[in-house]
Design a protein around this ligand. Sequence first.
Ligand SMILES: [Zn+2]
Ligand SMILES: [Zn+2]
Length: 406
Amino acid sequence: MSWKIEHPCPQCGAPVEMEETDRIFKCEFCRTRLYISPRESFQFFIAPPRPDLDVFFLPYWRFKGVEFSCDELQVTGKIVDSNILAVKLPHLPPSLGVRPQVLKLRYVAPGVPGRFLRPELPFGTAAGRLSARVEGRLPDIFIGEIKSLIYSPLRVKGEWIYDAILDRPLCPAQDGPCAGLEVDETLQPRDQISFLATLCPRCGFDLEGEKDSLVLLCPNCSTSWQAREGAFESVACDFLAPGAGERPDIYLPFWSILPGVDGLKIESRADLARLANLPRVVPGAWEKEPPRFAVPAFKVNPTLFLRLARMMTFLSKKNDRNVEVRKISQHPVTLPLNEALESLRVFIASIAHPKKSVLPHLSQMSFALKDSRLVYLPFTLRGEEFIQPEIGISIQRAALSWGKLI
Ligand SMILES: [Zn+2]
Ligand SMILES: [Zn+2]
């Protein structure tokens, strides 16, 4: 289920409709092509049919991704697509329900009439309140391609609070957010997005990338770029060359991450191997090697995500041959680096053997980013599978196209 976003073209003013995951804004009228850079996470609102100053906007966390649960036996993940109330108001709907098909979202911006309630609960807490908690169980870990806020409009009519879209009563006004509302419970909306020209900051050439890609490539000067705080910044990238005679059909991106781990002793590659209790002797050189992780930077099902992360992290062969970026067809990067960093917690739980030794530390662990690179790996299509013959990885074609649909 996906929301649609509507925004006027900054160039010609024509209304443009986008998908929630779109990063490239394309106006069919004036041919403008721009990159959308959010301030932090995206914030949207649903416009009521009659906008006015009496409207209250109630915040909901929007999450689309995977919810991982860890216990002593296994790590399991399930796909989650939800909207969760971000304030502690028990009488109001805990979720936005099934409205996305009909309503369009707009970016929160200064000048929207109404008052925006400040989100009280961080995303993890709000999500924890919604999912059924089992006593003594570890909190679930959410790794998402989408973590945004959606504000839904309310209105007070007499003694009742109404849903301002459906014009339906929700709860008595004295139980709701409007009773004794203080100024500090509301937000001053700020501009949430900036538009960037999709031109290479180094050489001015048109940057390439699919509309949902977080990283754009310059085919002219072989550089890659991601948006941060309203500007493009360079992303360190390696494009690994195919083996002799191989003609790759696609390059798949992986985040290669060197973290500082707090809360568990992982200071070398050897520590990681011991944690996983690998069925082979840990090479002495690994004691001096930093603990680099590699996780998929694209959407796949949770089991495959963890399997690929394990294969890539414990890769013993090193392939340092780089190719020129201009000749390749790359799969879009859709998992943000900060989510990839957070996924290390799940990954560590998934490789730990026995898990009992790690689980008590899981919630307390923290990861600081020391270094990151994108590594693009060449794959060749054989039948219904993408194969990486040198490393021995195969991925069902359906698993990649499924990832694009969720
Ligand atoms: Zn336009
Ligand atoms: Zn360039």
